[in-house]
Design a protein around this ligand. Structure first.
Ligand code: GDP
Ligand code: MG
Length: 287
């Protein structure tokens, strides 16, 4: 029977490996990617409908504007349809306390048109931080299914499995609002390649990824589209980042609230205090 391929993607320390362990249990193995020393963890998860999902725990990455070996592994898997790990479903794991920063990568993955589920992890930390989420609104605005989970408390994993089951039958997903900065350039690019994902084209240009690998066919990108200088490339990538954060801020304004006054309990106080170190220690010994 065909296995569903699932990639776990996210910033470092969001809980990917914890989620991976919960999904795969003892059905896992650790190795390296060919030729490099980046750790590769893969395993199998049995879904409730009986199908098996192959789970890949990808190295932590902040964005797809790759600069490190780890990030290159992620790009290679996600851009190359011929890669044996190219996912049917991408699961982006985020930390509820760092949602804004973590969502940058989510918007990029979504723009690759791979069916993408958003995991918001560390739900156990919400109440003492005074965080509340409007999940239906976030799902609508981000055009995705969300699994709110706590890997530490082993909560929400069944819901995540259900989402994976559902998404495995989609073959393509809509992107968000990719690359609406620099409209002239990108509309020319899209016209030149009407059947290609715009964000993929952009990564092929900026990350120097081999187009044949990505598309199973050689397509020549007109030199006219190449970015001429390093500083021009930086400028455009910055514009992309700003654009994405504007989008993310607008979404979070609708579906994420943090109320410091409801953050109660000794541990919340302790967190607050410890963030003001020296001053904190004094108070700490007083209470
Ligand atoms: P990765 O770098 O994304 O693979 O993250 P890990 O799975 O290694 O987890 C990073 C840290 O977050 C570890 O200390 C975990 O124990 C902790 N962690 C993971 N999931 C949760 C959670 O649901 N709640 C809390 N409070 N901590 C978590
Ligand atoms: Mg990890």
């Amino acid at each position: 029977a065909k296995q569903i391929k699932v990639s776990l993607i996210g910033n470092p320390n969001t809980g990917k490996t914890s989620v991976f362990n919960l999904l795969t249990g003892l059905n896992q193995r650790v190795g390296n990617y060919p030729g490099i020393t980046v750790e590769k963890k893969e395993g199998v998860c049995k879904l409730n409908n009986g199908t098996k999902a192959h789970i890949l725990d990808l190295p932590g990455t902040y964005s797809l504007n790759a600069s490190s070996l780890d990030e290159n592994v992620v790009i290679e898997v996600l851009l190359n349809k011929k890669n044996k790990y190219f996912p049917d479903v991408a699961v982006v794991v985020t930390d509820v306390e760092n949602l804004k920063r973590n969502l940058l990568l989510f918007t990029q993955i979504k723009d690759l048109e791979i069916p993408t589920i958003l995991v918001i992890n560390m739900a156990d930390r919400m109440s003492r931080k005074g965080i509340s989420l409007d999940i239906p609104t976030l799902e609508k605005e981000l055009d995705t299914k969300i699994a709110l989970i706590s890997a530490r408390k082993e909560q929400g994993i069944e819901q995540l499995k259900k989402c994976i089951e559902q998404y495995a039958t989609l073959s393509q997903a809509p992107c968000l609002d990719p690359l609406s900065f620099e409209p002239d350039y990108f509309s020319r690019l899209q016209k030149a390649f009407p059947n290609q994902s715009l964000y993929k084209l952009w990564l092929v240009i900026t990350q120097d990824v081999n187009f044949r690998k990505v598309n199973k066919q050689e397509i020549t990108i007109d030199p006219d589209f190449k970015i001429k200088t390093e500083s021009e490339l930086k400028r455009l990538q910055q514009k992309e980042t700003i654009k994405r954060y504007q989008f993310i801020n607008a979404v979070l304004k609708k579906g994420f609230t943090i109320d410091k006054s409801t953050a109660t309990g000794f541990s919340a106080q302790l967190d607050e205090i410890l963030t003001h170190k020296v001053f904190g220690y004094i108070i700490f010994f007083m209470i």
